[in-house]
Design a protein around this ligand. Structure first.
Ligand SMILES: [Ca+2]
Ligand SMILES: [Ca+2]
Ligand SMILES: [Ca+2]
Length: 227
C-alpha cells in the first residue's frame, strides 16, 4: 500500500516536470538523473493527501513567471539582472558570496508548490557551488568545473527535487573575462508538499572570482506554480 503511494507521488512529480520543461528549447543531452525527496507524513494523512492530489493533478496554477526581461527583478533581492549575452541574455547574475532570494505567497489550501528555473554555470568555475535553498534549507547543490556541472540533491522531508544538466561545455553566454569558455545549464524543479503560506527560494554563489571575473552563476526563466 505504502509503496503504491510512493510510486504515485513520484509519477505525479515526474509528469509535472515534463510539463514544466516541455516549452524549454532542447539544447543537448541529459547527463544527470533524478532523485526524489523523502515522504515523511503519517500514512493516514498521505492517503487523504494523495486522493486530493490525484483528483486535481492537472491543475497546477502558475503563480508567476520571471525572465528578467528589461532588467526586471520580478521580486528577487540580493542579486542583480545582467545581460549575459549569447543565448542566455538577461538573467539573474549572482555574484560571489551573494544570495539571490525570492519570497512568494502560496495560495491558502495548496497541497503543493513548485519552483522551476534554469541554472547557468558560467566560464571557468573551478569546483565552486551554487547552493539552492528553500526557507534556508539546502535542497540542491550544483558544482561547476570549467564548463561542466554536477548536481547533488540532499534529501529533505516534504520536498521532491529534479535537476537535469541539459548542456555542458557550450558557450551560451559571454559574460566574464573569458568570452568563449564553456558554460553549463541545468533545469531545476523543486516541489514542496503542504507548503506554508509563504516560501523563500534562495540561490547562494560561493565562486571566488566575481565582479566581472572569469566565473559566474545565474538563474533565468523562473516559473512558480501551486495546486
Ligand atoms: Ca531571461
Ligand atoms: Ca561563456
Ligand atoms: Ca574560482
Amino acid at each position: 500500500m505504502l509503496s503504491r503511494f510512493l510510486t504515485d507521488e513520484t509519477g505525479a512529480v515526474t509528469a509535472d516536470f515534463v510539463v514544466l520543461t516541455a516549452a524549454t528549447v532542447g539544447l543537448g543531452v541529459a547527463t544527470l538523473g533524478v532523485l526524489s525527496g523523502g515522504l515523511s507524513t503519517a500514512s493516514g494523512t498521505v492517503s487523504e493527501g494523495v486522493s486530493g492530489t490525484l483528483i486535481r493533478s492537472s491543475f497546477l496554477e502558475t503563480l508567476a513567471t520571471i525572465d528578467f526581461t528589461g532588467g526586471a527583478l520580478g521580486g528577487w533581492t540580493g542579486a542583480s539582472v545582467r545581460d549575459l549575452g549569447g543565448v542566455i541574455g538577461e538573467a539573474l547574475y549572482i555574484d560571489q558570496q551573494q544570495t539571490g532570494r525570492l519570497v512568494f505567497d502560496v495560495p491558502p489550501g495548496s497541497t503543493e508548490a513548485t519552483m522551476a528555473f534554469s541554472l547557468y554555470g558560467g566560464d571557468t568555475l573551478d569546483n565552486e557551488d551554487a547552493i539552492i535553498s528553500v526557507d534556508g534549507v539546502p535542497v540542491v547543490i550544483a558544482t561547476g568545473y570549467h564548463g561542466r556541472m554536477t548536481i547533488e540533491i540532499p534529501q529533505v522531508d516534504g520536498t521532491s527535487v529534479e535537476a537535469d544538466v541539459v548542456v555542458e561545455q557550450v558557450d551560451m553566454g559571454s559574460a566574464g573575462r573569458y568570452l568563449n569558455r564553456g558554460d553549463s545549464k541545468a533545469l531545476v524543479s523543486i516541489s514542496v508538499r503542504e507548503p506554508p503560506d509563504s516560501l523563500t527560494l534562495g540561490v547562494y554563489s560561493n565562486n571566488s572570482h566575481g565582479k566581472n571575473g572569469d566565473e559566474w552563476w545565474a538563474v533565468d526563466d523562473v516559473v512558480l506554480q501551486a495546486r
